[in-house]
Design a binder for this molecule. Structure first.
Ligand code: ZN
Ligand code: ZN
Length: 353
């Protein structure tokens, strides 16, 4: 079967690898779709390639892909509750015993990992890790799989993982009906946040980016106002619309966009909230100003359990993720898919084995 692995900086390769045998308690899944995450792009093109980072040893040859959906092809011994043909999405692996797990925060598990995402772990995974879904078939522990409901399409199911990030950030921000919200950065994580904030009743919902095509998609997904940061003074515009500044700002930019945290800090209203959802660039804030402005700044990662409300929102048509998938590309053309995400010509690319 074919698989896509990292070959070097900015390069992926198509490999021929054996289709896995199915151990007990495990499902063999045929990958239907796998979408590319910003973190995948960061790994392939990131600045770590220019240093002698020890992580490179694990990165070269690894198989990425954690935003995906698959269909049960074969069922291992001792697995109950699954049938051949069931559609699944992948859950996070956690230990169940550490400080966080015993307190129910399994998403912060000290040994936790996401297959196809984490690449700095050792056994029982292989080194480099080759568990990602940019391939034709993968093995998953049955207990970690979640069933895809009937009325959720294959494409939407593949986007439920990024949507879970949006759902978690909106829940953590405690967005209330008719609160103003700004999303800075309209890649697929920003747009997932936007969709979740729309479903939560944020109004007005303002999207900011530097690429007009992304802002057009943001409009299709429910943004009331879109602002191109290359063309207007976004702080002035947002403060004009919201009178005092927005209640909540979500930062979904990459690490290549300097000054974003400072900009959000200036823009947000007193006692407002800033949620960091992407790899924002390093920032400098004045503690005295922070104190007087009473701003709450919070990092937020996706909680595994948020896959369930994400599926519910898709199934009950409270979010429309379709505009976000700008191209479906055959797996064997993975290089083109990675390049288009890197250049920003595509928002979410879905690869089809
Ligand atoms: Zn991701
Ligand atoms: Zn744990």
């Amino acid at each position: 079967m074919k698989a896509v692995s990292i070959a070097g900086k900015g390069k992926v390769q198509i490999e021929e690898i054996p289709r896995p045998e199915v151990p007990p308690k495990t499902l063999l899944l045929k990958v239907i779709y796998c979408s590319l995450c910003g973190s995948d792009i960061e790994r392939v093109y990131g600045p770590h390639w220019d240093t002698n980072s020890p992580l490179l040893a694990n990165l070269k040859g690894s198989i990425l892909g954690h935003e995906w959906t698959g269909r049960v092809e074969e069922i291992g011994e001792g697995v109950e509750g699954w049938s051949v043909g069931d559609r699944i999405v992948d859950g996070r692996i956690y230990c169940g015993r550490c400080w966080y797990c015993v307190r129910g925060m399994t998403y912060l598990c000290m040994g936790g990992r996401v297959r196809g995402y984490h690449y700095d772990f050792s056994q029982p995974e292989t080194t480099p890790p080759r568990w990602g879904a940019l391939t034709e078939y993968v093995l998953r522990t049955a207990a970690n799989c979640l069933k895809v409901p009937k009325h959720v399409s294959d494409e939407e199911a593949a986007m439920s993982e990024p949507l879970a990030t949006g759902v978690t950030s909106v829940l953590n921000a405690e967005v209330r009906l008719a609160e103003s919200a700004v999303v800075i950065g309209c890649g697929h994580i920003g747009l997932s946040v936007l969709a979740a904030a729309k479903a939560a009743g944020a109004a007005p919902l303002i999207a900011i980016d530097k690429i007009d095509a992304r802002l057009e998609v943001a409009r299709q997904m429910g943004a009331n106002i879109t602002l191109n940061a290359n063309k207007v003074d976004v702080i002035e515009e947002v403060v004009n619309v919201t009178a005092a500044g927005p209640d909540v700002i979500f930062l979904a930019t990459s690490s290549q966009a300097p000054g974003i945290v400072e900009q959000a800090f200036e823009m947000v209203r007193y006692h407002g909230r800033i949620m960091i959802v992407g790899q924002a660039a390093p920032a400098t804030l004045q503690p005295g100003r922070w104190l007087t402005k009473e701003v709450r700044i919070e990092g937020t990662v996706h909680v595994g359990e948020a896959m369930i409300p994400s599926m519910k929102l898709i199934e009950n048509r409270r979010v429309n993720l379709k505009p976000m998938v700008t191209e479906i590309i055959p797996l064997v053309e993975a290089q083109r898919a990675f390049d288009s995400m890197h250049k920003g010509t595509n928002i979410a690319v879905v690869l089809k084995p």
